[in-house]
Design a binder for this molecule. Sequence first.
Ligand code: IMP
Length: 192
Amino acid sequence: MKKFIFATNNAHKLDEVKAIVGKKIEILSLRDIGCQADIPETADTLEGNALQKARFVYDAYHQDCFADDTGLEVEALDGAPGVYSARYAGDAHNSEANMRKLLHELEGVENRRARFRTVFALILNGKEHLFEGIVYGRIDKVRHGTAGFGYDPIFIPDGYTQTFAEMGDELKNQISHRALGAQKLCKFLQTL
Ligand code: IMP
């Protein structure tokens, strides 16, 4: 069975990606391989951060691996918070504070269009590959729902009336940015 390290310890992301790749490919988290390093994410693009994380793991473990980076890109804010989504309200990675800040920035703003964009960087036999997944939607005016993480309570994907946090993981994992990116990654792996 092919084995890949997914450079994350985020349980939500792991479950989401494992569900997509199925049982034919084994995915190991950073915890699974005993990696406790605080992997730097200092690039100013999602692509740069995903590559930075994947290269860190590849250089340390010399094993096929992939990493992802995601941003919420809000049209009326010229794509912010984007690559800075995790620390929008400061360094604490506090989702509640991040949502509060975003809702505040959008107070009185008509255009609520936004998209989640995920980039996966895969390093396979030393060669780098990028895959992108995008889901379009809008930012609600108040929080709804308790499932998921991050900005899920305020993001309503196009074609739905519920936020990601209301629809729950099962549906979200079929239509999310990360699901779309992971599907592309998975398709590629299946052609090997
Ligand atoms: P990351 O660097 O890929 O972990 O994503 C950066 C930030 O984007 C996270 O800290 C979350 O705030 C937000 N984010 C990423 N993916 C999602 C998602 O699926 N739903 C809601 N927020 C997300």
